[in-house]
Write a protein of this length. Sequence first.
Length: 463
Amino acid sequence: MLNDIKIHFQELVDERSWKILKNELTELEPVQIADLIEKLDSPKSDLVILFRLLPRRLAKDTFQYLSLEKQEFIIEGLAVNKEKIASLLNDLDPDDRTAFLEELPGEVSQRLIQMMSKEEREITIRLLGYPEESIGRLMTPEYVAVKPYYTVAHALDHIRKYGRDSETLNVIYVVDNHWKLVDDIRIKELILASPDQTISEIINDHFVALNAYDDQEVAVKVFQDQDRVALPVVDTDGVLLGIVTIDDVMDVQQEENTEDFLKFGGLEDLDQSYTKTSLIEMVKKRSGWLILLFFGQMLTASAMGYFEDAISKAVVLTLFVPMIISSGGNSGSQAASLIIRSLALHELTMKNWWYVMRKEIFSGLMLGSILGVIAFLRIFVWQKAGFYDYGEFWFWIAMSISVSLIFIVLWGTLSGSMIPFVLKRFKLDPATASAPFVATLVDVTGLLAYFSVATMLLSGRLL
């Protein structure tokens, strides 16, 4: 059905049936119109015209659902009509407007800010004045507050008068005469209370608030713990500045998850989407880790060079090098993934490092033993079935590989689980303990362990 709607509107745009389009667009929800603008295969100029057909309120709601790329070219397309741009920017919710302006070049942001009404310009400048990635950048000043001495009837009248432009009416905030936050109250409690009761009689002075200067990740954690749709934002004196809603926090969480995901893959965070990132910028973002890991892998060649004499006498050992180093790298990446995720969810803290180490020692020994037994059986079956002749010392070759796997997998799990704790201890992002980094570390040390064990067990036999 959605595809049918897209085809229908694509035909109307292609035929330039603007009058019909204007009538039919008003019957759609903002999110549907935004989806059409994102997906229609039409020139940008036509999409700008389509957007200009929208009534003021519908245009404001639709703009908030558009991607940054589409928002930018809509603004560019409206550049000839300053009144239209000013109207659009003034109508946007302050937090959405701030997020949009932050992504634009400084001179463009300043030019757009100057087009706003004095009141909206002051709000925007104040929001942009908070540190980057602070809760102050997320908040909106559009909320409803009442005083403790209001009666319930007075409070409801106040909400009817001022609540139309509020971000949410699920929760009403109670402030004193100096706008210091006293409590918050759910709208359900107000509706069910007696009209003659005062607000002070139905509040309990227990509330949760965010500090405007705290990091946005704090907001994500508090929302997860409190299960709320909105939370108040105060300054250091407890004065109510605004509110943060769950939709804005979900956007932050998505950005943080994306950043951690890229770091774990050995990538720097992209400033723009993949399609908007230039080839040169993409290479810059990816080359740093690749070069670092390449130098790390050079140590693998050095390690093998150190055991060159042993390798020349027992070439068969090299057959199992990929299996050995990949097992260690995989176990390390698994452990790193588990610990980084647990740290991010606050299931683990720095105090839990010894608990994790004990658990990973036993996990590593058990996992290494499982792989060691499988490797031993593989060589045994291949030798007895005649698939490959490992020579008269096949048993000791199998033992070398099995014992090496136990040590290497154990080392991989310990490295992968402890490195995030070490990074966190030095106030670095544990996500930088990426899979490629852990794998490279275990590759080099794993080779040393493998050839050391093989040299010890095969000495006087093959070596």
